[in-house]
Design a protein around this ligand. Sequence first.
Ligand code: F6R
Length: 672
Amino acid sequence: MAKQSASSIVVLKVIETQRAAFRATPNAKRETPTFAEPESAVKLLAVTPRTEAEQFEHIKTRVFRRSDDAVREVADLIANLVHGRQMENRTAVLGLATGSTPVKLYRQLIRRHREDGLSFRNVITFNLDEYYGLSPEHPESYHNFMRVQLFDHIDIPPENVHVPDGLVDRGKVFEYCQKYEELITRAGGIDIQILGIGRTGHIGFNEPGSGIDSRTRMVALDRLTRRDAARDFRGESNVPEYAITMGVGTILEAREIILLAWGESKAAVLRAAIEGPETDSVPASFLQRHPQCQCFLDETAAGDLMRFRTPWKVGPVQWTPELTRKAVAWLAGSLKKPVLRLRDEDYTENGLATLLVEIGAAYGLNIRIFNELQHTITGWPGGKPNADDSHRPVPAHPAHKRILVFSPEPLDAELGMAGTLNRLVNQGHEVTLVYVTSGNLGVPDREARMAVSLLNEIQAANNLGALAKELDNKTAYDEDSAALRRFKGLIRKAEARASSQILGLADVQFLDLPFYERGRYRQFRPDDGDVAAVVRLCESIQPHQIYLTGAGADPSSVAGIVYRLVTEALDSPARHSNAGTSQIWLYSSGERPWLPHEINMAVPLSPAELAVKLDSLYHHRSQRSQTPFIESGESWQHAERTNRSTAQQYDQLGLAEYEAIEAFRLLAGAKR
Ligand code: F6R
């Protein structure tokens, strides 16, 4: 143990020396910008020294079990600042972000205004950015976003609010941006800057290539950023190409900076920003320079940080069975060796000597982990009737199970588990696939046009004339009427039925939860009525097994909301009726393929089964080019790549070689 601490001190010193050397590099671009003088009265972030576990993190990072917990603390910091300044009869200046990430924080601030009387009369705000070319009234403008999400619900004086103007004349942009900066300076500088992070590593709209000293300016948006916004704009081609954003240098002048991030889609870029070198290819990494910057992350967003990914490299660990499996699979994966061929020296030379000391020599350890991985593989996801199930992921009894599968929107369940659905049906289980929402928000107008014209031809309905007119007259961003949304919902339902029929499913249900029908992307407000509908469904089906997704999704996405609703419903007082549910399985929402050590059940697909899966996916034709999180190609190509890559990873560890594998995790607390 003493040895470990000594080595960590050495590591720390090496890192510090490297960072000092990096900073000493003579390069005008790397000059540290001047920070606004910290005002003693405003020092809100107690940036405590790093612990041993955080030694590789160059930005102070706090990890919370749930985003709600993080948001409460940030709201406290803001409330303290605002209240403190009120006592001194002074203003408080906030730098604000848009996007999914801060939505919960804004709801929390609204709640405090309404319930605790927190006043924003003395608050001045500056937003980071705005799409260029959008008027403040445009439904996707950041002006509109801020009004809907915050400003309309608090008592901030309208003249205190600043959001960059997306309509400023091209020839005047430079001058306008300088004025924006002057306004910030005149307000006394930003006290607390709230940031999200894009998957490109952007803060504000400072895309890769933005320098540490960049100022407020017009920028071109990265392809990935436009793709991530495609859903909001109903198609990537409608997303503006340019934006006006505060620069990295402008952001770094704030006295305190709080970066928020939720969900596993942000994990990789956060690792680069927090643990990697400062580089303009990840602009968020420049936050490492700021003495009063903290990241507030939920567990899934923090998942790629060294202290979670390979905790044994960071300090002493307790070798639990899960961690042991993770370490062995990691070692085999990084050395590209099958588990059974790992030698003692592979462990000792790669920082895993303590594992051998505690658990014993490589030979026995390898066999144990090999068997554990082997036991995750099953062709019987509903349990194998009359078989010894002591080493199987699913109990044999009852042989025929009632199974409830939740798909947040049509296509989600098919992407994650079409092959498994097909098997469950073929193996005689009573499977109910529930599409929790209709998914009508994801139907582009071109698909609705096609369906209207088809129906018009056969004169099947009367009100189609009105729909055709609406589609002719609306722009891509205009809000759809209720009738058009219903119609788009019908398109998705027809696709979902066709797709599930291919999988042999007789019984699919559409739950049409109210939160979805009332809302739009990034603006959903689920309530108790939604939970009650899920409780009623569970009561009527009384499932032995439940399949669900969205544990690692952005909490404000449809998948994230449905995950929360279902888990809340299962925890609700009416839960006694679900007491028979022995297992709740999570399928992947496709943002990140799971690694073998994270998988509790691996269902192999034969080449023929994979073909059936792809056939079922193709029937969701309105979803071409619609799915976010996928950098290249279509969602079904991504699903195929993921299933094939899981099979290859099992093969590489020395297990059987399959065509493809669908992966599942047992939701904690639902062990058999
Ligand atoms: C928004 C902004 C962006 C977002 C980032 C993350 O004002 O400046 O940097 O914070 O793109 O977006 P979400 O939160 O939607 O994942």
